[in-house]
Write a protein that binds this ligand. Sequence first.
Ligand code: PLP
Length: 438
Amino acid sequence: MKQSEKSDFRYNTGEAKVPWDAVAVKPDTSLVMDVVRFLIGPGADTSAYAAAAIKVEGAVEELYRQGRPAAKLSLGAQVKAVEDLARQYLGCKHASFVVNWTAGYDIALDLAGVRSGDEVIIPAITFIATAAPALRKGARIVFADVQRDTVNLDPVDVARKITPRTKAIVPVHIGGYPVDMEPLMELARQKGIAVIEDAAHGFGGTYQGRQLGTIGDFGAYSFHEVKNITALGEGGIVVTNSDLGAQFAKARFCGFDLETPPPKTWLYNISPIYSTDGHAFVPSNFSTTEIQAVALLNHIRRNDQIIAQRRAAARKLHDAFSNVPGLLPGPLPSRDYGSTCHLFLLRIDPKVILGGIQPFKQALANKGVTQIAHFCPLYYYKLFKELGYDQAAIAASCPGAEQIFFEHYTHLPLFGLSDEAIQYMIDSVIQTARELKA
Ligand SMILES: Cc1ncc(COP(=O)(O)O)c(C=O)c1O
């Protein structure tokens, strides 16, 4: 790297007799082989595996001789390539690749100016990460009810729960099915409230032709290993079309600042990040590795194909369940609601199927159909009790969440299933509905 390039100062030493490589250990054949062995673990026949591994090791050694082993492992060209591709794919101004969705949301909360005493409205049913970073900033979580047919935030209840302290609304595109963003954005604009989209399940999904995550003021995606695509286990991207996104690089890496003159004889300065209302926040370190970026680049390029496969499976399940008494499949993707089909929403009618959703799930598990633990209303967690939230009062204000969680809904998996496995799942669900029929 040339001295003049404004990048990561630690690699800015140029040509040298004692090179930069002397500073730290680099990946070698043994490390690559350990990664290969981890990702493609031993099969049942270990002697055949060992023989194959020796061949691979020889090939990796040859690659080392012929190639140029990676020198930079964190925040380098691959991370930049992820961000360039994400901006292009999503059609947004700013994108930053961070350690996970939670980190991206943390940055978005800071830039939206969420701090102690503010209120943040989230749906009652989601993953805990939609609440935790806001709580850590001293904000209060306000739970809005969810719609019974999608498990998504209900804009009507959001309107009821806005107060003068509401600083942000966080719609969650559960299972990749788009929240009805139009009424929500209208409400937020009228009241001057930020919208931060939890598009953890929504990368590549669309609402009225716009990419999920790019409709609100900020959005973030998760590339955890159980999402549609992954950055080798953990990863997230935070996006915005606002100029505040110019601070993403500082927000991700400790306020690292090459634009402001450094203190005497030092290399760089450290700056705060400024929220939309001018408040200074202390940045953290949410940096990602080049290896994560290589994996994510591969998956982003395949994302449309993966979504298409999932949508095809969802259509099969939907068609099969549509006319079965007691089964209420969730809505299919449409032109305006371009779901990523991360999860297949299946509701049951508790008047037709006895005992509610738990016996139904148990019967499916007994038949060998993997069960996804569907999210519980967050206000039941010990955390909220200890923080003084009135669980009974919140539950009473979220009747939709109460009913669908205890009686109605579950999620079915959609990815990589053979035709036989899909048919088996369809048959098992229909058979269970008949067995448990009132
Ligand atoms: C709805 C939702 N939001 C946020 C997250 C957090 O994502 P990450 O683990 O990448 O921080 C998840 C992860 O499961 C999720 O399901």
